[in-house]
Design a protein around this ligand. Structure first.
Ligand code: NAD
Length: 361
């Protein structure tokens, strides 16, 4: 299969971790007979330095012409970098917001997996972490409270602020379909999270999700109130497979789920539109404090590349091979600095990429 991939190395550790993800993808291509066609584009600080803007029209066109986009991370040190002296719409992050909008990415996926070998980093009690967990949070990304009308007024000397939370049934249906499709590739369970005891938008959410569920008889659907979900994530995270939720609830719950893994360098993510197209990137930032030292953990980016193979190209066997390689290398005791523990073998960014590529071959 020919895979057309646009890469955004970005800033900070971005170029280092994307190079390792490409190394691993090349090993997959070699083993399973695929051809990778990469086009690199600039975004964020690198694009500001080259073109004066965080994202050019040419870069957007290159991203749109690919089957998927693989990104490192963008941005610099927000207190010292000259990029943060620019007006907000010219700063590195403006490039990210613009590309998400241009590509119509409405579904955000954040897996939170606790690897047996990294259980020590999990902040939960051992009797909870012992069960492990492997969940995926599917968050609606372009609607709800963050995109509704807002205003601040003053009446009789009293300031008043209003935000509005709006969803129509089509916005809910398209994210629900994505959630159920992805559950079919996993353990076939969807937990739809809402606040249907209080909010009209949640009651609509719940009824549309139930309509969509009828097309997926193999998937078990349960509903959970968001406050209960926040508790269950730390009490019994093993119960979750796919958590399907709206924008603000997903924003908060996905950070909570990430934190309970305890390992920021291991967390992948994807943002999808209504075709097979997606933008895949690690959940962490550009880590300017460790850039250029060959010590960053490339695994989150490598796992994002595995998600790309699974969700944009339907190459499940190849995605499994990458995830198995990560488990294998961890089992053999190799660790980058951020996940290092006693008795393990410290590796750099490049060596971690080499090890993963070797295990795939
Ligand atoms: P960060 O995630 O970059 O770093 C937080 C801490 O985690 C740092 O100590 C860093 O060294 C460490 N870390 C992060 N990723 C690591 C990895 N792969 N291996 C080893 N250690 C790792 O968060 P921050 O410092 O708040 O942000 C730095 C820059 O990244 C800012 O400009 C911010 O705006 C940007 N950012 C970009 C994105 C994105 O591109 N999607 C996301 C978050 C932050």
């Amino acid at each position: 299969m020919d895979l057309k991939i646009t890469c955004i190395p970005g800033d900070g550790i971005g170029p280092e971790i994307v190079a390792e993800a490409k190394k691993v993808l090349d090993a997959v291509a070699e083993k399973y007979g695929h051809v990778m066609h990469y086009t690199d584009i600039l975004m964020g600080g690198a694009s500001i330095d080259a073109y004066g803007v965080p994202l050019t029209a040419e870069a957007v066109a290159a991203a749109k012409s690919a089957d998927a986009v693989l990104m490192g991370s963008i941005g610099g040190d927000t207190t010292t970098s000259p990029w943060y002296k620019l007006p907000p719409d010219r700063r590195p992050e403006a490039g990210l917001l613009a590309i998400r909008k241009e590509l119509n990415l409405f579904a955000n996926l954040r897996p939170a997996v606790l690897y047996g070998e990294l259980r020590g980093a999990c902040p939960l009690k051992e009797e909870i972490s012992a069960a492990g967990f492997d969940m995926l949070i599917m968050r609606e990304l372009t609607g709800g409270l963050y995109f509704g009308e807002r205003r601040t007024t003053e009446e009789n000397g009293v300031r008043k602020a209003v935000d509005t939370l709006v969803y129509d049934e089509n916005e809910i249906r398209r994210i629900a379909v994505k959630g159920f499709d992805i559950a079919m590739k996993r353990r076939k369970k969807v937990t739809s999270v809402d606040k249907a005891n209080v909010l009209d938008s949640s009651r609509l959410w719940r009824s549309v999700v139930e309509e969509v569920a009828k097309d997926y008889p193999e998937v078990t659907l349960e509903h959970m109130l968001v406050d209960n979900c926040a508790m269950q994530l730390v009490k019994d995270p093993a119960q979750f497979d796919v958590i399907l939720t709206e924008n603000m609830f997903g924003d908060i719950l996905s950070d909570e789920a990430s934190m309970v893994t305890g390992s920021i360098g291991m967390l992948a993510s994807a943002s999808l539109n209504d075709t097979k197209f997606g933008l895949y990137e690690p959940s962490h930032g550009s880590a300017p404090d460790i850039a250029g030292q060959d010590i960053a953990n490339p695994i989150a980016t490598v796992l994002s590349a595995a998600m790309m193979l699974r969700y944009s190209f339907d190459l499940d066997r190849e995605a499994d091979a990458i995830e198995d390689a990560v488990r294998q290398v961890l089992k053999e005791g190799y660790r980058t600095g951020d996940i290092m523990s006693e008795g393990c073998i410290r590796t750099g960014c490049k060596q971690m990429g080499d090890l993963l590529a070797e295990r795939i071959r």
